[in-house]
Design a protein around this ligand. Sequence first.
Ligand code: C5P
Length: 227
Amino acid sequence: MQYEVVLPAAGSGKRMGAGHNKLFLKLLEKPILIHTLEVFQQDTLCTGIWLAVKPEERLYIQTMLQEYGITKVKSLPAGGVERQHSVHSCMKEMEQVDIVLVHDAARPFITHDIIANLVQSAHTYGAAIAGVRAKDTMKKVRNGVIEETVDRDSLWMIQTPQAFQYDLIVEAEDVAEKVGFLGTDEAMLVERLGHAVHIVESNYENVKITTQEDLIFGEAILRKRAL
Ligand code: C5P
């Protein structure tokens, strides 16, 4: 089962405080964006990459793609104000495929086996997303006071990739756009249609590089994998 992947890469990375797109920061000498792209460049199930970028960064990124031999990128549409808009501008250009994956460009440690499990699950059920079980005790807090201790067994921390049958994600995005609904992930748009979204257990290494300390975790993960 083959798929195409949408990689939103048009964020500003404010929480990183790098003063520019955090995806250009390097982990062991290579930009974060390239680490992520290489996973899909090498994944035999992936037939195309759609990369949402800031228009002013397009040329720089295209040069980077050439330098690192990334050939699967089909288009670099302009990203939007919110991540969901960036994903949508890629989806508007994509033609019918079996399965669409949406994956944060800022998650460079995704593995081929998790991708394969997601693609298989989306093929069977329509929608499947990566997640890990909550590790800590979870409490609901209001105004600095515990309101409730939440049953941890039912709580998952959600990551990307999120995988969908093409027609389902197109419909979910169209409906969301029509009513002006903004979700924090693509699964929310599908949930709103009343469609079941399945979880594929991922791992804790699939972090989103967000703040300075994630750069340290990231390099540690790469060093461990190189052993
Ligand atoms: O900011 P955060 O890391 O949570 O964003 C997740 C991903 O979405 C990043 O890869 C970022 O570049 C991308 N993004 C985007 N367009 C936006 C905001 C974020 O493509 N407007």
